[in-house]
Every structure is written in C-alpha cells, then in structure tokens.
Write a protein of this length. Structure first.
Length: 283
C-alpha cells in the first residue's frame, strides 16, 4: 500500500491546550532548507512526563541503561517508520522525516519517533426508508462509523494506538469495540457478545493506507503513523445488527455519510477518500 507522506498542514497549527508552536511557513517545512532562525518550542505534556507505561523516558535528560533501538524492532516496541530510515539527531532523539513542525519534544505522544496506530474504516451503502441504496450522480452513497473526539470535538475514524506486542489486526478489532461499541464498560456477557460480533465483522478487510499521518499532535521528534483498513458491509446485514455506543474517549458515535463537505480529524479525510475510490462511490 502507499506510504506517500503528505505535507505538514494540521501539525503546524496551535497545539492542544493552547500551546503555541514556532511558526513554520510552507517553504521552511523541509529539513533540506537551511533556516538558522528556527527556534522550535520545547514541549512534552505533563501526562507524558509522568512516564506512564505507554511512554518512553526523556532520552535527552535520562540516559537509559540500554539505548533505544531506533529504526528497528526494540523489544516489543516497533520503532520502524513507513517513511523508511529516519535520522537520529546528536542529542539522541529522532527527527521527523517529513519536516519541521515548530515544536520539539513529544507533545502528547508517548514514543520518540513513530507512534503507530490502526484505523478501522467500517462502511455500508446508505439506504432510504424502503431499504433501497441511495445514489448521487449515478453512484452509490457510502457511510461509515465515525466517532466525535472529546479532545477536539471533531469527527474521526474510531482508531487507536498499537500497543507493544500487539498486531495491527488485533488493534483494529479492539479499538472499534472500545470506541464505537463501548466494550470497556460492558458487562462480561456483553463484552463477549461484542467481541464475537467484531470478530465476525472483521474477517475480511482491505488496506487503504499505511504511512505517516499529518496529525496535530506531531512534533519534530515524535509523530503518528497508521494502517487504515476498510471493512465493508455490502448488503447492509452484518453491521445493521451492531449497536453503536460511544466509548470513553468519544463524545458521540454515528453513521456519517462520506461526502466532500465532511471535515474529519487529522488525515482521516485522506483515508476515507481512498475508500470512496476503492468502492467507486459518490463523494
């Protein structure tokens, strides 16, 4: 699948919590452009500095007993990038392969270098009250399961981070269950039923993207990468039986029509457009 790296757009704006980045104009994003005046803001969120299990230590301040193995599998942590081999700077931390963001440190991200995620794009054809598929410009209209993020109030794909030792396929199932079906708060019996439904629904998927994400959390030293997979319900029967319920990270969950006016979080519009092309749907 493609690993094309989009230009920085969303990861040069204001950071979460109102932290201001050093302004980076379009012609100064690329590292090959010399820019002696560049003075990025150094920011790592307090929740990351507390060193939860999902975060690295600050390798700039604390030298670990065993140096991190960048650009390879480091124990259970995958520090490889879809962009290829990235540069490790003299202070021992990676450099964003796409370019400047106006911020160093890790921001809200736990890992130095690539932070891997998985995004399940669950789709079906939009139907009217009689059950007929709705068309626009002689093409079927697609809709997908979207969540509204609590942190920014934007609609998004119900994805999440690939935890150390987990596979992408396992993360796709887990995140959809947690974010769109609220499996975390379900009773043991309900959780088992949800897992069975998700396993059945996620038997066949088509990868539509793997690579760098223009994510508003990115910094010069930590960035998001993802694998996006489309799970399509052609006849509308499989997902029609699934009860959508927003998880703890989501303010809402709903079937949303995929069209040109729908604004989505980070690079999620890029991923859903690929699904539209794959299904030859209206947009």
């Amino acid at each position: 699948m493609t690993t094309t790296t989009p230009a920085h757009v969303k990861c040069r704006g204001q950071y979460a919590g109102g932290v201001q980045r050093f302004p980076v104009p379009d012609d100064k994003v690329d590292w090959s452009v010399e820019w002696q005046e560049y003075k990025p803001v150094d920011y790592t969120a307090p929740v990351v500095e507390k060193m939860p299990v999902w975060a690295d230590v600050d390798f700039r301040k604390t030298k670990p007993d065993v140096a991190p193995k960048y650009n390879e599998i480091d124990g259970k942590i995958d520090r490889r990038s879809f962009c290829g081999k990235y540069v490790v700077e003299e202070n021992g931390v990676p450099r964003n392969p796409v370019g400047r963001t106006g911020m160093v440190g890790r921001g809200l991200l736990g890992r130095w270098g690539p932070n891997h995620a998985a995004d399940p794009i669950v789709t079906r054809w939009k139907r009217d009250s009689s059950g007929s598929i709705i068309t626009k410009d002689s093409k079927f209209v697609l809709e997908f399961v979207a969540i509204k993020r609590k942190d920014c109030n934007e609609w998004a794909i119900p994805g999440g981070m690939v935890e150390p030792g987990d596979t992408v396929s396992a993360t796709l199932k887990k995140e959809f269950g947690e974010e769109a079906m609220n499996s975390i708060e379900a009773s043991p019996e309900e959780k088992k039923k949800i897992e069975e439904q998700v396993n059945q629904l996620f038997t066949q998927g088509q990868e539509v993207y793997s690579g760098y994400v223009d994510d508003p959390r990115n910094t010069d030293n930590a960035w998001m990468e993802t694998v996006a997979v489309n799970f399509h319900d052609e006849n509308g029967e499989a997902f029609g039986k699934v009860k959508l319920c927003a998880g703890d990270d989501a303010g809402d969950v709903a079937w949303k029509e995929l069209n040109s006016s729908l604004a989505l979080y980070a690079s999620h519009t890029t991923f859903t457009k690929r699904v539209v092309e794959l299904r030859n749907a209206a947009f």
